[in-house]
Write a protein that binds this ligand. Structure first.
Ligand code: GLP
Length: 240
């Protein structure tokens, strides 16, 4: 795993945006795997700036997001579809019809999962997957567990994730307890992965990502099995 340690959040965001911008120039019709959470917001701002300055275009890009709360309407202001529109898609020249986020209102989540995986395969697979990490090491919503699921699936959030994500909702009881997430296998199939981590509270997971073990109790450690992962973190996450 390649590691880039940045001075602060702003630098980390610029590093991430630089890697995506390079890919867009090389492969204008690339398939991006995108993430939500507070961590990538700064990187999305950088991408918006580059797009508005005419340095990059998303015209031919397709994207797949990692996950979506369930059940939650795409119009809900805490849905990940809403987040992506607000933080990125509404401000760039991407064709929204080519952006996909799991349907948080799917009547049959298993069928939604199958169709999501099929769509990723048919698009030719993800060229670059952007990831943040949960404080407990979750990726997407693949939570620490003895056994992990294969394929996009409906999952239950752990108490600590509900607690961590409650800051975005009016109260903890408003946080959905379930989500549809792509699995670790789909993430590992991406040609390249960038992981962003910022702040002291990510130090535990960053240190687990950099030791010599893998464990499903910290799903982010599985990324060590991938041949092209770049961890971009700030000093606070790296040093603790
Ligand atoms: C959520 C998302 C993850 C994200 C994580 C960390 O639970 N499902 O994809 O990486 O939060 O969020 P933050 O970046 O806000 O710390």
């Amino acid at each position: 795993m390649k590691v880039i340690v940045c001075e602060n959040y702003g630098e980390m965001s610029k590093e991430g945006a630089k890697i995506i911008a390079e890919l867009l120039k090389e492969k204008p019709d690339c398939i991006l795997g995108l993430a939500t959470g507070s961590t990538p917001v700064g990187m999305y701002e950088e991408l918006v700036k580059l797009n508005k300055a005419g340095e990059i275009t998303f015209k031919n890009v397709s994207s797949f997001n990692l996950d979506e709360y369930y059940p939650l309407s795409p119009e809900h202001d805490q849905s990940y579809r809403y987040f992506m529109n607000k933080n990125l898609f509404d401000h760039i020249d991407i064709d929204k019809a080519k952006t996909r986020v799991p349907n948080g209102l799917a009547k049959d989540p298993a069928a939604e999962g199958e169709s999501y995986d099929k769509a990723i395969d048919e698009a030719g697979g993800i060229d670059l997957q952007v990831l943040g990490v949960g404080q407990n090491g979750h990726i997407g919503f693949n939570e620490p567990e003895e056994e992990l699921y294969v394929g996009t699936h409906l999952t239950s959030l752990t108490e600590s994730t509900i607690e961590a994500n409650s800051r975005f909702f009016a109260s903890k009881s408003d946080v959905p307890t379930k989500a549809i997430t792509i699995d670790m296998g789909s993430i590992m199939k991406a040609k390249r992965i960038i992981v962003l981590a910022s702040g002291k509270n990510k130090h535990y997971v960053v240190s687990k990502m950099l030791d010599d073990r893998i464990t499903t109790s910290v799903p982010a450690t599985l990324l060590k099995l991938h041949g092209d992962v770049i961890l971009i973190c700030d000093k606070a996450a790296y040093e603790g």
